[in-house]
Every structure is written in C-alpha cells, then in structure tokens.
Design a protein around this ligand. Structure first.
Ligand SMILES: *[C@@H]1O[C@H](CO)[C@@H](O)[C@H](O)[C@H]1NC(C)=O
Ligand SMILES: *[C@@H]1O[C@H](CO)[C@@H](O)[C@H](O)[C@H]1NC(C)=O
Ligand SMILES: *[C@@H]1O[C@H](CO)[C@@H](O)[C@H](O)[C@H]1NC(C)=O
Ligand SMILES: *[C@@H]1O[C@H](CO)[C@@H](O)[C@H](O)[C@H]1NC(C)=O
Length: 331
C-alpha cells in the first residue's frame, strides 16, 4: 500500500464515523466493528479482560507455580482502561462458564506450549467456542490472540496446525498493510502518521519460530472464510500473516507482540522502545479495551469480582533469568 493511501483512508474513516454520529446514512463504507445488526449500543466503562494462563514449561519458572502470565500483558490491558482477571488452568467447566459470563473479553498470550495437547490450548478452545456462540446471539465478546495465541486462533478455526518454520526470533519489523487494513476494526482509530511509521519502520516485535504463511492460509477454506489478512511480513522467504481479524466476529490475531515495546527490557534488537513503538502498543490496547466496552458481562456481585481480579497476586521479578521482566504465577 502506498503511504499516501494510508493517510487518506484513516482520515476518511474518521470522517465517516463522525457523519454516522449525526445520523446520516453511510453504512456501506463503515469499519467492521461499527456494523453488525446484532450489536447493541452498550458502553461498559468498567471492562474486565481475562488473560489465559499457560503451563510453566521452562525450568526457571517451575518453582514459582505450575502456570504463569507475563506481567506485560496485564500492564498492556491496564494501560488503556480495563482490569484483568487471570484465567487459570485445570478448572471445571462450571467455573469457566461463570468466568465467561463475568468478563468482557479474553486474551491468549504468547509462549511456547503445544497448540494441540496443552491445557492452555484446551481452555482456549472452551472460551473460543463460547465466544462464537455468544456473538451469534448478539452477546458481544472479543477474543484476542498474540504470537502463540494468534497461532492458536488459526488452529481453533481450522482444526489443524498449518504453521511453517520461519525462525523469526528477535526481530523488529515494519508491517506490509493489505488493502483490507483500510476497513479493519484494529487499525481504524490509529493516527495516519503512526500507520505510515508502522509501514516504514521496524515497530513490531517478533519472537516466533513458526508462522502462518499466506500460502497455507489462502489454501485453507476455513481460515480464508473466517479471517481477513490485515498485514503480512516476509522472513526467511516465507510471506506470513502478522495481523488478522475475523470477517464476522470480534476475533483478532497478531503474530507480533504489542505488549513488549513499553514493558519488556530484555537486551534484544527485537524489542523497539521508540516513542512511535510505544504509541503502537497504546493504540492496540485502546482498540482491544474499546471492544471489551461493548460487552455487558459482569460478575454477580462485588465480592466475586474482587476475588477474581489479578490484584490478588503479586508479580515476581523474573528479568534476570527469563525473557519476561515480571510474571504472575498460579497454582
Ligand atoms: C493440571 O492437572 C494435571 C492432572 O492433575 C496435572 O498433571 C498438571 O500439572 C496440572 N497443570 C496445571 C498447569 O495446573
Ligand atoms: C504449509 O506450508 C508448508 C511450507 O510452507 C508446507 O510444507 C505444508 O505442506 C503446508 N501445509 C498445508 C496443509 O498446505
Ligand atoms: C546488549 O547486547 C549487545 C550485543 O550482544 C551488547 O553489545 C551490549 O553491550 C548489551 N547491552 C547491555 C546494556 O547489556
Ligand atoms: C455473590 O454471588 C455468589 C455467586 O452467585 C454468591 O455465592 C455469594 O453469596 C454472593 N455474595 C454476596 C456478598 O452477595
């Protein structure tokens, strides 16, 4: 996409949103997330987002607990005006039912467990299925996957692991925007100058050995019917999907790590800390939290909410021995 194009579509999107607020007829060109016959005009200003815990598969973490959440994911969500509930592993179906009806969205983080046999993948599937059913009933519920979480979304959607080895471990990259990015939910509120910087400067952090290639995606009917590709990257001769969102559901995946730029300080050129890089993080978090504000799920009462929040746990300073500066541990 040309840089000039990008600037003009972002401006156009804002102009169209404004005209709809005035009640003018302009639905054809509206961004996806403002459309949808089922969508109710709910604004929940106290959104709570679940973050799925993951098995502590590396040794240095095991003495702290059997599962963990990198604290950067928590800060990322908090930075844009939402609170966090950890979704722990090995809970009963009844407990997951209760959590689902209490939270306003879920984030599947990065990591390194199996996409098919881990408890992380099993619980992710439970929430993914509930989210699709809820959205079909008009009960808005966003699902976000980052890195491993993005790869997991592809497996949940098509039922198989189609990933390709790219060894993209520790690289900051600029994004190649597709024409679909211009009508996307994710990028609709990004400032035009920031989108231009994202297209030309390495502002996205990549730490993944595997990738979903454009070729495998395009050859798979289930994936292609479910998601649109918003950005791609090329690494080791593989054109892979770096950002995608579902056509008809609030389901979003990024192969890169928006949460790392302001919050992870491992000495790696793969984590950009520039002013523009930190803004990218903020606008992604703002998008996800804005999606969560459209959900009206809530805890049955204040004490249930209080007991579920991540504030009941203290993060451990794990920077000296892991790629996370801080992590929360469970069980
Ligand atoms: C989950 O339960 C299984 C079976 O009891 C156990 O082996 C495993 O360590 C547990 N995992 C976590 C992350 O709690
Ligand atoms: C996915 O891509 C890899 C290499 O790019 C290829 O070896 C594999 O066969 C593809 N899988 C499918 C199901 O197309
Ligand atoms: C970061 O890593 C580079 C390359 O390995 C090294 O030259 C540099 O001194 C390191 N910086 C810090 C602050 O540790
Ligand atoms: C809060 O709700 C839970 C579950 O419905 C219930 O068991 C509990 O007694 C309630 N607590 C208060 C203080 O109302």
């Amino acid at each position: 996409m040309l840089r000039g194009d990008m600037a003009s579509w972002a401006g156009l999107g804002r102009a169209l949103s404004a005209c709809c607020l005035l009640g003018l007829f302009c639905s054809a060109a509206l961004p996806f997330s403002l459309q949808g016959a089922n969508e109710k005009a709910i604004i929940n200003e106290r959104p709570i987002i679940g973050i799925l815990a993951q098995e502590t598969d590396f040794k240095s973490f095991q003495k702290y607990g059997s599962s963990y959440i990198g604290a950067s994911y928590v800060k990322f969500i908090e930075s844009a005006g939402a609170r966090v509930v950890p979704i722990r592993l090995n809970r009963s179906d009844e407990e997951y039912d209760k959590i689902f009806s209490s939270i306003n969205g879920i984030l599947y983080p990065g990591g390194s467990v199996s996409l098919e046999t881990s408890e992380f993948a099993r619980v992710a599937k439970i929430f993914y299925n509930k989210a699709l059913e809820a959205n079909d009933r008009g009960d808005y519920f966003p699902v976000w996957g980052t890195c491993l979480g993005h790869q997991l979304l592809s497996v949940l959607t098509c039922g198989e692991d189609l990933l390709t080895w790219t060894n993209t471990d520790g690289f900051a990259l600029p994004l190649n925007f597709t024409p679909d990015a211009k009508n996307s939910g994710i990028f609709q509120d990004f400032p035009a100058d920031l989108l231009q910087q994202m297209a030309s400067e390495p502002l996205t952090s990549n730490f993944h050995f595997w990738s979903l290639s454009v070729q495998n995606f395009t050859n798979n009917e289930k994936l292609r019917n479910f998601y649109k590709i918003l950005t791609t990257n090329v690494h080791n001769n593989v054109d892979f999907i770096s950002t995608m969102e579902a056509h008809r559901y609030p389901v979003y995946g990024v192969q890169w790590h928006p949460e790392k730029n302001p919050y992870e300080w491992k000495n790696s050129t793969g984590i950009p800390h520039s002013k523009a890089a930190v803004k990218v993080t903020y606008y992604i978090a703002d998008f996800l939290v804005s999606e969560a504000r459209k959900s009206n799920h809530r805890f049955p009462n204040k004490s249930e909410e209080t007991n579920a929040l991540i504030y009941n746990f203290n993060p451990v300073f794990t920077g000296p021995f892991s790629s996370f500066d801080q992590a929360y541990f469970f069980d």
